[in-house]
Design a protein around this ligand. Structure first.
Ligand SMILES: Nc1ncnc2c1ncn2[C@@H]1O[C@H](COP(=O)(O)OP(=O)(O)O)[C@@H](O)[C@H]1O
Ligand SMILES: [Mg+2]
Length: 243
């Protein structure tokens, strides 16, 4: 599981992430909802050990984010939106294996795992072809497989559906649900209310680096007297923008 403790990241005067705390259990999907510039990517980059916190830390599985970043890295899977980040000149299998090597997986275990993932995601026909000419959907499957090659317990998704067409969005949603069914601990960020409503067990609303509300959608509805996540969000963020 994941326990974020008073995590902050400041860039000069900008408090990109300001003293946020939340925890996410096994088999739970936690949605980080916020406008552009709210601090979602910075939060996820901190948890992925790609940035060092200004203060605070997190317990990622059994490991401390600040003191044991290498161990943390081995326990997390990352899927960030935008470009898939595959190497065009490598085959699908090589792209996946490369990530496994970065995670210190052994060659024999890695070969077995790549075959297994090819089957799970239906990539057998192109697993040994170079990624450069793949369609978007094929690339997406390789990116899914790569993110879980080392069987991480904790998954971080940063706006994984941004810029995707309808069927690719559906594939991402199914992948997140599959990770949840496997008992993984999941944090994903989004600025789409409907996506968060559909997928999340609990939601954190982030605004200007602050976590301004946290709970299940039912809890937020009764606390902030809104009949939809959108109403609650507009109410909370609108109020803050006036001040
Ligand atoms: N490397 C950086 N240097 C300076 N400011 C940054 C950096 N990364 C993010 N920020 C600022 O931190 C804030 C939060 O950004 P970000 O986490 O990307 O938000 P989101 O992902 O919610 O759109 C923004 O004001 C952004 O301009
Ligand atoms: Mg972002």
């Amino acid at each position: 599981m994941l326990e974020v403790k008073n995590l902050s990241k400041h860039f000069g005067d900008v408090k990109a992430v300001n003293d946020i705390s939340f925890s996410v259990g096994k088999g739970e999907v936690f949605g980080l909802l916020g406008e552009n510039g709210a601090g979602k990517t910075t939060t996820l980059r901190l948890l992925a050990t790609m940035l060092k916190p200004t203060s605070g830390t997190a317990l990622v599985g059994d490991y401390d984010l600040v003191r044991e970043p290498e161990r943390v890295r081995r326990n997390i899977g990352i899927l960030f939106g935008g470009e898939s980040g595959l190497y065009d000149r490598l085959t699908a299998a090589e792209n996946i294996a490369y990530f496994g090597e970065l995670n210190n997986m052994e060659k024999s275990e890695l070969d077995r795992r790549v075959r297994e993932l090819a089957e799970i995601f239906g990539m057998e026909e192109y697993i040994n072809k170079r990624a450069g000419k793949f369609s978007k959907g094929m690339k997406q499957k390789v990116a899914f497989a790569r993110s879980i090659v080392h069987n991480p317990q904790i998954m971080l998704f940063d706006e994984p559906t941004s810029g995707l067409d309808v069927s690719a969005v559906r594939d991402v949603h199914e992948f997140i649900q599959k990770c949840r069914d496997e008992g993984k601990t999941i944090v994903f960020s989004s600025h789409s209310m409907s996506e968060v409503e559909k997928l999340c067990d609990r939601v954190g609303i982030i605004h200007k680096g602050n976590l301004i509300a946290i709970g299940t959608i039912e809890e937020l509805s009764s606390k902030f007297k809104g009949d939809s996540l959108e109403n609650i969000f507009v109410k909370l963020v609108g109020e803050k923008n006036e001040h």
